[in-house]
Design a protein around this ligand. Structure first.
Ligand code: HEC
Ligand code: HEC
Ligand code: HEC
Length: 109
């Protein structure tokens, strides 16, 4: 009986840990931006978007575009313009692209 209780508690705790791992983190800033303003990246905003008519999920970005660790990827504008990282969507088709008019949509002073 006591063993069953311990097993049940272990299962509940494992689920709680999984819940923490799979919850999207709050907005954060990416600051490797040279003299531009920092980029605020919002998980909650992006998870409300649709790509090709389908609701965005973690899999749209993790792990194929980004590691699950802030600052882990070395993101450059040339990579973004080449369709990597944010540029997989921010290409002017799925979402606004990179141009002189859009720098400050991502980089806020
Ligand atoms: C539109 C793209 C996108 C989607 C969708 C997305 N993420 Fe992320 N996530 C990112 C980016 C960008 C980073 C930062 C990567 C970096 O800086 O190298 C990140 C980082 C993280 C981190 C690390 C945060 C930290 O402080 O280190 C976690 C945890 C995470 N994501 C979880 C999730 C989960 C869970 C989901 C699905 C519910 C999800 N993400 C969906 C883009 C996305
Ligand atoms: C899976 C596709 C996808 C990826 C990857 C992605 N975005 Fe987006 N993003 C979108 C969509 C869709 C929109 C909404 C349409 C639009 O604004 O053109 C959007 C909108 C935005 C906006 C406007 C938010 C607002 O409040 O209007 C910002 C800023 C942004 N993205 C930054 C980023 C940054 C920075 C990255 C990379 C770290 C990134 N996105 C990666 C799909 C993506
Ligand atoms: C879709 C969002 C987005 C747009 C639009 C955008 N950037 Fe960025 N930029 C980023 C992200 C994300 C990083 C990497 C931040 C990090 O890794 O800490 C970055 C990094 C940079 C860097 C430092 C790395 C490098 O490549 O030298 C510079 C400089 C920069 N951006 C300039 C610009 C300029 C100028 C524009 C407009 C022509 C622009 N960006 C438009 C998201 C964007």
């Amino acid at each position: 009986m006591k063993k069953l209780l311990i097993l049940t508690m272990a299962a509940v705790m494992a689920l709680a840990v999984a819940g923490v791992v799979f919850a999207a983190p709050p907005d954060f800033q990416l600051t490797n931006v040279g003299s531009e303003g920092p980029v605020t990246y919002s998980h909650s905003f992006h998870l409300k978007q649709k790509v090709d008519g389908k609701q965005v999920t973690c899999k749209n970005c993790h792990m194929k575009l980004f590691h699950m660790k802030k600052g882990a990827d070395k993101i450059t504008m040339s990579d973004i313009k080449a369709g990597k990282f944010c540029g997989a969507c921010h290409n002017g088709k799925i979402a606004f692209g990179v141009s002189a008019k859009t720098c400050n949509k991502c980089h806020k002073k």
